[in-house]
Write a protein that binds this ligand. Sequence first.
Ligand SMILES: NC(=O)c1ccc[n+]([C@@H]2O[C@H](COP(=O)([O-])OP(=O)(O)OC[C@H]3O[C@@H](n4cnc5c(N)ncnc54)[C@H](OP(=O)(O)O)[C@@H]3O)[C@@H](O)[C@H]2O)c1
Length: 284
Amino acid sequence: MKIKVLVTGANGQLAKTLKHLFLNTNDQIEFYFFNRKELDITSQDALLQSFNKNKYQYCINCAAYTNVELAETEKEKAFLVNAIAVDSVSKICKIYNTILIHISTDYVFDGAKSSPYTEDDITNPINEYGKSKLQGELNIKKNLEHYYIIRASWLYSAYGHNFLKTIVNKIKDNANLSVTKAQIGTPTSCEDLSRFIYYILNTKIAFGVYHFSAKGEATWFDFAREISLSFKSYNQQKLNAVENYKTKAKRPNYTVLNIGKTEANYQQLKHWKTSLKSLISLLG
Ligand SMILES: NC(=O)c1ccc[n+]([C@@H]2O[C@H](COP(=O)([O-])OP(=O)(O)OC[C@H]3O[C@@H](n4cnc5c(N)ncnc54)[C@H](OP(=O)(O)O)[C@@H]3O)[C@@H](O)[C@H]2O)c1
């Protein structure tokens, strides 16, 4: 019998990457990709109807409120999707015996450390987005035993709005760029994360929290510089490092994730520069 896998938030960059890589590639897995219109995770009725109809073995929750800046003024909206809806999703997973694969974030940490964060490090989010995502994690842990919470960092892809696409567009316009070097983290390709999620679907690893990122670390400036180096016609003098931008949301200074636990289960992690190069070569 086929494994039925629900993917929420299907218009987002991670879900689109999963769909592009894995839809109809495996006879044993039947994916159900639903965007917000097709399945709003804030509607318990819609969730119950969908689970009742399809009896999923797995739910990959890619749906989230992800606008870190706007979350400062739209706290309720962020909590509704990232915490309250995740509470419902996990309760419904419990009823239907569905394994939940939920994506969380490096922003559950305050960034005060100077060495990579492990899964057991104390969480202490410093912005509303991070607080809402942490509450989502806590709700899952309260409701479920059969879950994977994957904390990802600095995601980019060929889809939607993300740092890579913003910088590539500016570079193509030969624009001046000022990019902060105030934060350190790890740029992570949605493709790499999707492959890890797919690995989980196919391999029984222990339930729990996993940190997922590429290898290595970078500032946003390092990330932008590495992107720009792939565009030979871009005048590098136009790219400048700045200390910080003025933003509503505080950003943790250091959110490099310790990926040792993930690596013990999955030996295919790449350096962020390697993954970035392969994606840029596709973007053209
Ligand atoms: N982006 C990052 O740098 C980053 C870093 C670490 C962790 N994460 C986490 O990784 C996961 C995937 O992020 P992403 O970058 O793919 O985000 P994304 O591109 O912003 O996608 C999120 C999707 O969720 C959908 N959504 C919002 N509210 C919903 C609702 N009530 N019901 C159903 N769908 C809803 C959005 O729909 P609309 O398209 O209609 O708005 C959007 O398509 C998220 O959990 C995020 O918190 C992201």
